[in-house]
Write a protein that binds this ligand. Structure first.
Ligand code: ZN
Length: 227
């Protein structure tokens, strides 16, 4: 597996099979991990981090889930345990609505059974609201609540490099479906309007490739709601 390096601090691992993409952002002795896939291939991802030395010197990691779907959270426990074996302190973060479903292990909303599995609940230390900041080393990430794909969906914005981690809210050429439990098409359209106010250099989605033409991509997909 070849990591996609996004200088200066970010690495993308493309999800295998149904897995979400998995991002790692490094600053000082801290790391931010964004989503963990279904958990089926977790060892393949950590192998790359290990091989490339991405976690060298890291003592604290935050695992942030962009939303409450199993293909983004199924690897949470396995990745946490692997990091803890390396003496890395691990804390979880998510929008407070996603945290609610995750902490009570709501397999209906999480869609665990769709993958023939159950979600193993983890305690979420940072239950974030719209506009909250997540600090990783010297970096500050702003949480933007973007309901629509699910009620707890959110994007993380890093203003220095102008990176936006979009989860399943925005993809290259399309949006996440809104017909699953807690999905809402009208809210999704509102969320896209909110994202249009940001200055974004790269969109980093939960599935598929990096979005380099952010503004044009967003304009096109917003047009799908008002044909
Ligand atoms: Zn999803």
């Amino acid at each position: 597996m070849v990591p996609v390096e996004i200088p200066p601090n970010t690495v993308m691992l493309k999800g295998i099979g149904w897995d979400s993409n998995i991002y790692l952002v490094r600053s000082r002795n801290e790391a931010l991990i964004i989503d963990t896939g279904t958990g089926t291939y977790w060892n393949r991802y950590v192998e790359v981090w290990e091989r490339e030395g991405y976690l060298k010197g890291v003592t604290k990691a935050v695992i942030f889930n962009t939303h409450e779907h199993f293909d983004h959270v199924g690897g949470n426990s396995a990745v946490k345990m692997w990091l803890e074996r390396k003496d890395v302190k691990v804390l979880f973060a998510a929008h407070r609505k996603a945290a609610e479903f995750l902490e009570r292990g709501d397999d209906y909303v999480i869609l665990s059974f769709y993958y023939g599995r159950r979600y193993e609940p983890e305690k979420i230390a940072f239950k974030l609201r719209d506009g909250d900041t997540l600090k990783i080393g010297s970096l500050r990430f702003e949480l933007i609540h973007t309901p629509g794909h699910t009620a707890g969906s959110s994007c993380l914005y890093e203003p220095k490099e102008k990176l936006l981690f979009t989860g399943d809210t925005v993809f290259r050429g399309t949006v996440g479906r809104s017909d699953l439990p807690t999905g809402d098409t009208r809210k999704l359209a509102e969320s896209l309007r909110k994202l249009a106010e940001l200055d974004v250099y790269l969109g980093l989605p939960g599935h598929g490739g990096i979005i380099k033409n952010w503004e044009e991509n967003l304009r096109r997909i917003r047009g799908m709601f008002n044909p």
